[in-house]
Design a protein around this ligand. Structure first.
Ligand SMILES: Cc1cc2nc3c(=O)[nH]c(=O)nc-3n(C[C@H](O)[C@H](O)[C@H](O)COP(=O)(O)OP(=O)(O)OC[C@H]3O[C@@H](n4cnc5c(N)ncnc54)[C@H](O)[C@@H]3O)c2cc1C
Length: 300
């Protein structure tokens, strides 16, 4: 099924409703939480194939996307409060197992790697299609109540994965989540979303997808005890064979409507000027320059 058809079928918007008063009801059942995590290059080591515009994943050291630490911490806090299980899923090359191991060292219970050459060259839409296919394959065993993403990545940086996955999965999605306010037994989650000019409090039914803001909780550090304990934990692999075959055209290059035309570092101005004069002369000259360059606006 093409993305547009899936998108048209979605009824997400009707499922999200602002609420006035929050009711707190203890959640007695265990929560099944999934956190999406991604391995990204250490910022100073990003290598790019100038021909194809694709990031060279083996061109330097990698780490867990820093924003995903907040997603993980949110899941751990919910598990500590309400009980349950925290699984993690990453799509990437075999080396991305490292971020799953890191998540184990923080307290994740189960790790999944979605990896297949077919997914190479995926843009954000094809990545979302594959991740959603992976989630559906995992859900054949036990459905998730809540799927948590970070706000964005430090490499692709589109911030679109949560919204697009939720459309594929046809579940409600709340982005810019700054706090979890309550969970109502077997029913819904209430949370606050920062819309920039206002905070919106919303209640969404399970299953739901959320993208959390940096700072929602203070991420914990990996623990040495958990490192020892989790050394024997297995990592579950998924490949395209495990996903719904009818969606094969949505994955990889074939499913990617975006094409990188050219990729290059932005121009940087390294020219320097040294000014001499009295404090008054220099401040007046600086003021004129800032005005000319439109850094100063009337009334500010
Ligand atoms: C034409 C094109 C070709 C590309 N080819 C490649 C390629 O060959 N190889 C490659 O690695 N990248 C490739 N990319 C980049 C890749 O599409 C993006 O990195 C990917 O779509 C995720 O988008 P993002 O990084 O903007 O995530 P965002 O939307 O900014 O991330 C938000 C959150 O989504 C989750 N998330 C994001 N990505 C993943 C993931 N992979 N696994 C689990 N959770 C995730 C995390 O929780 C993250 O915090 C390509 C992009 C384009 C446009």
């Amino acid at each position: 099924m093409k993305f547009q058809e899936i998108f048209n079928q979605s009824s997400n918007r009707n499922l999200v409703r602002p609420i006035d008063n929050l009711i707190f009801t203890p959640y007695n059942n265990l929560m099944n939480i999934l956190v999406l995590i991604k391995q990204v290059p250490m910022s100073s080591d990003i290598g790019v194939d100038e021909e194809t515009g694709v990031i060279k994943r083996d061109s330097g050291d990698s780490k867990m996307n820093p924003y995903d630490l907040y997603g993980l911490e949110t899941a751990f806090q919910l598990k500590e409060e309400y009980g349950g299980k925290v699984s993690v899923l990453t799509m990437g090359p075999p080396a991305a197992e490292a971020v799953i191991r890191e998540a184990y060292m923080m307290g994740a219970d189960e790790g999944w790697l979605l990896s297949d050459r077919v997914f190479a060259g995926s843009d954000v839409l094809a990545t979302s299609a594959a991740l959603s296919g992976g989630i559906q394959a995992m859900e054949n065993r036990s459905p998730f109540d809540l799927i948590i993403c970070g706000k964005q990545t430090t490499d692709g940086d589109t911030g679109q994965i949560a919204s697009e996955c939720s459309e594929f999965l046809q579940i409600p999605c709340i982005t810019n989540v700054v706090s979890i306010d309550s969970i109502i037994h077997d029913d819904s989650i209430s949370l606050s979303s920062d819309l920039g000019h206002r905070i919106e409090k919303v209640k969404v039914p399970f299953p739901a997808m959320i993208a959390v803001e940096k700072g929602i909780y203070q991420p914990r550090l990996p623990s040495y005890i958990l490192k020892k304990k989790s050394a024997g934990y297995q990592i579950n692999w998924l490949n395209q064979e495990d996903l719904d075959k009818t969606n094969a055209a949505l994955y990889g290059l074939e499913g990617s409507p975006t094409q990188v035309v050219r990729i290059f570092p932005p121009d940087s101005n390294t020219e320097q000027e040294i000014w001499k004069g009295t404090a008054e002369e220099l401040s007046s000259r600086l003021f004129s320059l800032l005005e000319d360059e439109k850094f100063l606006q009337e009334g500010i």
